[in-house]
Design a protein around this ligand. Structure first.
Ligand code: NAD
Ligand code: TYD
Length: 339
């Protein structure tokens, strides 16, 4: 599909900023617009290196006016792709208070869908999660046909947004695809999520909180591979279709943490078992066969290669990590834009 521009929502977050870096490297001809509300999870410092190559719109996906500004900045709808990543994304926060999750993830997605349809966008990729399928036992994999059975307010709100995208396709012929990816790791991840949290804590010789028995299994995928999969769906995905994305790389949390400690040369005595997360899903694992067969995507990074890359990145980014952990990063926008 020949696109002139891509509107990314949530481009100042973890996956969004990695996606924008990739677009700027690989598709310099594209106009890239980033619509982001800069919640606690949004950090414009993630985009410093590509600042001149992107157009930033400070706005909220729940506001039709803000979304309209971003669509106008991106240009003509018939040559525009939209990659929707803006979301409240942390399960633990959704357990404490689910309201923002319903508001941004569900209501925000509908506002965005309506505006994109009115603008006539050529392709819309809704970036969702394997968590909408619920939890697996010790056997089996999630396929695109697995029934939705979300267990946390986060995953329930993402499932709701998936259904709205599905309904827009069936009702209006809206050119939306849905991706459902497993757990990502890599640069620029907010250190409330497991991997950057343990890297940051271990570097300071602080306790590493492991929920429950630590035998909860996730399928870990390097963020660059996820970004390439999203790009494949943007270019070649069939409207109305769902594509699962995964790393074929299942690891129990405890084993993941031990690998990180070995990489950092830190002792396993830092591991501290803490109370379990309520409703904690035991295992996620993805069958990514469809996107491989139909769109030719497979992960390029092995865990053995990408985990050391990730650990080195956080070791080198002391300032980034400190500013995020101290909250100073929230001043970045004010300093840059004087408001
Ligand atoms: P993140 O929390 O790091 O970033 C979310 C971004 O969205 C932030 O920049 C934030 O400012 C922005 N945002 C939040 N509410 C907004 C609103 N109302 N309007 C505009 N912008 C808003 O999230 P992430 O980890 O980068 O995840 C991105 C997407 O990918 C999410 O939709 C998430 O559900 C999905 N996903 C994440 C993972 C993962 O492992 N992190 C895996 C699969 C799918
Ligand atoms: P997380 O990074 O929050 O991603 P998700 O809940 O979306 O999978 O958590 C990954 C796994 O790590 C999950 O099983 C919960 C667990 N976990 C801990 O054991 N300790 C922690 O401090 C955190 C944040 C997560």
């Amino acid at each position: 599909m020949a696109l002139d521009s891509v509107l990314v929502t949530g481009g100042a977050g973890f996956i969004g900023s990695n996606f924008i870096h990739m677009l700027c490297e690989e598709r310099p001809e594209l106009r890239v617009v980033n619509l982001d509300a800069l919640t606690y999870a949004g950090n414009l410092a993630n985009l410093t290196a590509v600042e001149d190559r992107t157009h930033f719109v400070h706005g909220d996906v729940r506001s039709a006016e803000d979304v309209g500004k971003a669509l106008d900045a991106a240009g003509e709808g018939s040559k525009m792709g939209v990659v929707h990543m803006a979301a409240e994304s942390h399960v633990d926060r959704s357990i404490i208070d689910g309201e923002a999750f319903v508001s941004t993830n569900v209501v925000g997605t509908q506002v965005l869908l309506d505006a994109c349809r009115a603008h006539g966008v050529a392709r819309f990729v809704h970036v969702s999660t394997d968590e909408v399928y619920g939890s697996l036992g010790s056997e089996g994999l999630f396929t695109e046909r697995t029934p939705l059975a979300p267990n946390s307010p986060y995953s329930a709100s993402k499932a709701g947004s998936d259904l709205l995208v599905r309904a827009a396709f069936h009702t209006h012929g809206f050119p939306g695809c849905i991706t459902r990816c497993s757990n990502n790791y890599g640069p620029y991840q907010f250190p409330e999520k497991l991997l950057p949290l343990i890297i940051a804590n271990a570097q300071e010789d602080r306790d590493l909180p492991i929920y429950g028995d630590g035998m909860y299994v996730r399928d870990w995928l390097y963020v660059r591979d996820h970004c390439e999969a999203i790009s494949a769906v943007l270019e070649r995905g069939v409207p109305g279709e769902v594509y699962n994305i995964g790393g074929n790389n299942e690891l129990a949390n405890l084993n993941l943490v031990k690998r990180v400690l070995a990489e950092l040369g830190k002792p396993e005595s830092l591991i501290t078992f803490v109370d379990d997360r309520p409703g904690h899903d035991r295992r996620y694992a993805i069958d990514a066969g469809k996107i491989g067969r139909e769109l030719g995507w497979t992960p390029r990074f092995t865990f053995e290669r990408a985990l050391p890359l990730t650990v080195r990145w956080y070791q080198a980014q002391v300032e980034w990590l400190q500013s995020v952990r101290s909250g100073d990063y929230r001043d970045y926008y004010r300093r840059q834009y004087g408001r």
